[in-house]
Ligand binder design. Structure first.
Ligand code: FAD
Length: 347
């Protein structure tokens, strides 16, 4: 029996581990962090190698220890730098993450405890923190018809050269779409689809602004003032170097969505059709909550209603990461620490 089981050893699980340890709990004895992956880094270890964070290192840190600086590229590090940081972070604080342990379900057990069932045995815990992220649940919107060509999601994208010489349709209006478009358009004929006109942040707005807005939202919530729209009020796409370069090449033009998939491509609303070799879906992810199904907590929108990080219908369960609904910017490097601090205080 342990006091707390943390499911997921990405940035959210590590930040939670940091505060649990600081509150006096001993890693591996009083709490355990279980992670399905074989290596550290959470989703960062799966991202394509040329991905850059949208915030400089000093605004991308977990509690306690700053991410080492990244020189060049205006200070925006590659994903591998984040993986290295998270690897050293868990070593530095001796967080004892148990890897290759996939949690299958959480159930209500005896004596007021929760039971955590995994591929490597069961744990009993007074409380469970779910920090499983979204990476394992790529989302692709439903369109009528079907496309016989190659289909790739952000989660499976590795490098632009895989699409050299092709006609590529890129779907999505966020940072992933813009960064993938920027590099694929150098080697392929690209068409970009967004649900609404793309909203580029001003060149001088990056993760620093995200941090400041998240701070304001956090304070507003604490004193019961109305919540603002967060960074979404400013725009969606951070102008990292590769996206600025794509703007200079004049490729950042988006088309309205098509109405239907056809064998060789897509059909537009005027009935005309275009042919593509590949569609890259940069259409996001959904929370990986399947292991909590047996608790019967999900609302109609697929999320688990929470008060802060605490599940309203199961108060021994907390959720962190996933999106703003578990805390302002809690699914970013910048925001995970603050949410983890509040979570552990609530526990
Ligand atoms: P994850 O990193 O996904 O970690 C979850 C962990 O849980 C994984 O290690 C997984 O193995 C484990 N797990 C899942 N299910 C189970 C299970 N059933 N049992 C046991 N273990 C399980 N954020 C920024 O701050 N700056 C950026 O520039 C930035 N860029 C991004 C770019 C892209 C393309 C994406 C997709 C995200 C980006 N983010 C960025 C957002 C965010 O920082 C990441 O998504 C982050 O990885 C979320 O951390 P997490 O710990 O919540 O989840």
């Amino acid at each position: 029996m342990v006091q707390v089981v943390v499911i997921g050893g990405g940035q959210a699980g590590l930040a939670t581990g940091f505060y649990l340890r600081r509150s006096g709990l001993v890693p591996g004895k009083d709490f355990v962090i279980l992670d399905a992956a074989t290596q550290p880094g959470g989703a960062w270890a799966q991202l394509w190698p040329t991905l850059r964070t949208f915030s400089p290192t000093q605004y991308s840190s977990l509690p306690g220890w700053m991410m080492p600086p990244w020189t060049g590229d205006a200070g925006y590090p590659l994903a591998s730098h984040v993986v290295d940081y998270l690897t050293r972070y868990e070593q530095r604080y001796g967080l004892d993450v148990r890897r290759s342990v996939s949690v299958q379900s959480v159930t209500r057990g005896r004596h007021g405890l929760l039971q955590v069932h995994s591929t490597r045995g069961d744990w009993e815990a007074e409380a469970v923190v779910s920090a499983t992220g979204t990476w394992s649940r790529p989302f692709v919107p439903a369109y009528p018809g079907s496309f016989a060509g190659r289909r790739v999601h952000t989660a499976g994208y590795r490098r632009a050269s895989d699409f050299a010489g092709q006609r590529v349709l890129i779907v999505g209006g966020g940072n992933s779409a813009a960064q993938i478009l920027a590099e694929v358009s150098q080697v392929a004929a690209t068409t970009w689809i967004t649900l609404r006109p793309p909203r580029f942040l001003p060149d001088d707005v990056d993760g620093r602004a995200l941090f400041e807005i998240a701070t304001r939202r956090h304070r507003a919530r604490q004193v019961g003032e109305p919540d603002s729209a967060g960074v979404a009020g400013l725009g969606d796409i951070v102008m990292v170097d590769s996206v600025r370069e794509a703007r200079d090449r004049d490729v950042l033009h988006a088309r309205w969505p098509f109405t239907q998939l056809v064998d060789h491509g897509v059909r537009w609303d005027d009935g005309s059709e275009s042919s593509f070799d590949t569609i890259i879906w940069c259409t996001g992810f959904r929370p990986a909550l399947g292991h909590l199904t047996a608790l019967g907590l999900r609302g109609p929108d697929g999320r688990i209603p929470t008060d802060g990080t605490q599940a309203i219908k199961e108060q021994r369960l907390h959720l962190i990461g996933y999106g703003d609904w578990t805390g302002p910017a809690s699914a970013t490097l910048i925001g995970a620490g603050r949410t983890a601090r509040d979570l552990v205080a609530a526990l």
